[in-house]
Design a binder for this molecule. Structure first.
Ligand code: UD1
Length: 388
C-alpha cells in the first residue's frame, strides 16, 4: 500500500507505481524474481483541488487511487487527526504487508503513525505492515518548519529508509538509526522528471500565457514566507524589482493567493505589467516553464532538486535547506528573504554568472526500480525465514 496526499507526493508515487508495474510485467514474463505485487494506492485527499491533485494523476498516468479518504484542509492537528481516523479502518481491512510513504507532508506522518501502532489481530503472521519511508533522512534542522517535524517522526517510526542524497545517511546515523535500515536509492522525483521531459517540451503553456520572451519562474507557498504580511510585502516588492529586468511567471498556490488578497497585496502583483500570475499549473506545463526559465525563484523543496537536475539557476528564499546537495553540487543558491541578497543573486544569475550543476549520485531515473527490487528481496527473505 502506498500513500499520496499532497501535490509533491504525486510525482514520487508515479515512479513507485511504474516500478511496481514493471516488476509485475517481468514476473508475468518470468524474467524477474519474486511474486506479483498487489498495489493499493490510498489518496488522503489532503490536496483536493483539480489543479493541486487530479491534474497530476492525468499528466503522470498514475492509476486512480483505490481508496480516497477525502480529508481536505484543516489546522495541522485537525488535518493529521482526520487522516489518522480515516486511515485506520482502511489499514485494518486491507492488511498490507508493506506500507510505503513518501516525502514529509502531514499525510506522510499521519499514515505512518497509524501503521506503527496498528495490530492486525491475526493469530499467525504479521501484526503490522513493514513501514517504508521514501526520501528519508533529509533535515533542515529547523523545527519551526512543519515538514521537519514530519520528517523526524516518520524516520523514527519507519523500518526501511530510502535516501536521495548522502547527507541523509549522516543525519539518520546521528539520530541512532541502524545502518542496515538505510538504502541509497536516489531520487524518485527525478525518475518522473526524466520520464516526462519529452512530453513536457510539447506543452503549449507558453503560447497560452502569451510568453515569447526570456522570463523567470517564481513559486512561493511556505507559511514562513506567505503567512506574515511584513515578509510577504517585502518579497512582493523584491519580485516587482526583479521583474522590471526579467518578466516573471508566478503560478499561485491557494495559500499564497488567499494571503495576497487578505493582506491587500494582490492587485500590486496582478496589475504589474511584468508579472504573469497563473493558477497552480499541471506538471507538464510547469516542467516546460522550468526548462525554459533563465532563473527560478522558489521556497519549494522539490523545485530545488528539479532545477539542479536541469541545471537551471535557482534562488531559494529560505534560510535553510534539507537538500544540501542542491547547493553543494547543484545550481541552487540558498538566500533567505533579505531583499538585498535576493537582488544581488538574481543580478549575478541574469548576468550569466550563475553556477553550473552536476547531477547528484543515483539521480539517474532508476530510483523507483532500486526501491522495488530491494523491497522484493527483503520481503522474500523475510517470508523464507518464517517458512523455515
Ligand atoms: C502542503 C505540505 C507542504 C508542501 C505543499 C505543496 C504539509 C505540512 N505541508 O502544504 O510540505 O510543500 O503541500 O503544496 O503537509 N488548499 C486549497 N486546495 C487544495 C489544497 C489546499 O485551496 O487542494 C488551500 C487551503 O486553504 C489550505 C491551504 O491551501 O488550508 C494549505 O493546504 P495544506 O494542505 O494545509 O498545506 P500546504 O500549504 O499546501
Amino acid at each position: 500500500m502506498s500513500i499520496a496526499g499532497a501535490r509533491p507526493n504525486f510525482m514520487k508515487i508515479a515512479s513507485i507505481a511504474r516500478a511496481i508495474d514493471a516488476h509485475n510485467q517481468q514476473t508475468r514474463n518470468r524474467e524477474g524474481t519474486g511474486d506479483i505485487i498487489e498495489h493499493v494506492l490510498v489518496h488522503t485527499g489532503q490536496h483536493y483541488d483539480k489543479k493541486m491533485s487530479q491534474s497530476f494523476f492525468d499528466d503522470l498516468g498514475i492509476p486512480a487511487p483505490d481508496i480516497n479518504l477525502e480529508v481536505g484542509s484543516g489546522s495541522h492537528a485537525v488535518q493529521t487527526a482526520e487522516i489518522m481516523r480515516a486511515f485506520e479502518p482502511v489499514l485494518l481491512k486491507e492488511m498490507p504487508e508493506v506500507l510505503l510513504v513518501v516525502g514529509d507532508v502531514n499525510s506522510t506522518i499521519a499514515c505512518c503513525l497509524v501503521a506503527s501502532k496498528i495490530h492486525y489481530g491475526l493469530e499467525n503472521g504479521r501484526t503490522r505492515p513493514i513501514i517504508v519511508h521514501v526520501e528519508a533522512g533529509l533535515r533542515s534542522f529547523d523545527r519551526d518548519m512543519p515538514e521537519e517535524v514530519n520528517r523526524i517522526l516518520t524516520d523514527a517510526l519507519s523500518d526501511i529508509l530510502f535516501i536521495t542524497e548522502e547527507s541523509a545517511e549522516d543525519n539518520l546515523r546521528k539520530e541512532g538509526v541502524a545502518a542496515g535500515k538505510i538504502y541509497f536509492s536516489g531520487n524518485v522525483m527525478i525518475d518522473t522528471l526524466k520520464q516526462h521531459l519529452e512530453q513536457a517540451k510539447c506543452s503549449e503553456i507558453k503560447a497560452q500565457l502569451g510568453i515569447s520572451f526570456p522570463y523567470g519562474l517564481v513559486t512561493l507557498h511556505r507559511p514562513s514566507n506567505v503567512d506574515t504580511p511584513e515578509i510577504l510585502v517585502k518579497l512582493v516588492e523584491t519580485l516587482l524589482d526583479i521583474s522590471s529586468r526579467k518578466p516573471l511567471v508566478f503560478p499561485l498556490h491557494p495559500r499564497t493567493r488567499n494571503n495576497l488578497v487578505k493582506f491587500g497585496l494582490f492587485s500590486m502583483v496582478e496589475d504589474s505589467p511584468d508579472i504573469i500570475i497563473t493558477e497552480p499549473l499541471p506538471y507538464l506545463d510547469f516542467l516546460n516553464l522550468t526548462m525554459g526559465a533563465d532563473i527560478v525563484i522558489t521556497d519549494s523543496g522539490g523545485i530545488q532538486e528539479e532545477t539542479t537536475y536541469l541545471d537551471i539557476p535557482c534562488v531559494t528564499l529560505r534560510e535553510n535547506t534539507e537538500r544540501p546537495v542542491t547547493v553543494d553540487v547543484g545550481s541552487n543558491y540558498l538566500i533567505g528573504t533579505d531583499p538585498e541578497k535576493i537582488l544581488r543573486t538574481a543580478e549575478l544569475i541574469l548576468a550569466g554568472k550563475g553556477k553550473k550543476s552536476s547531477i547528484p549520485k543515483f539521480w539517474d531515473g532508476r530510483s523507483g526500480e532500486r526501491i522495488i527490487n530491494t523491497l522484493v528481496k527483503l520481503c522474500s527473505s523475510a517470508q523464507n525465514s518464517t517458512e523455515n
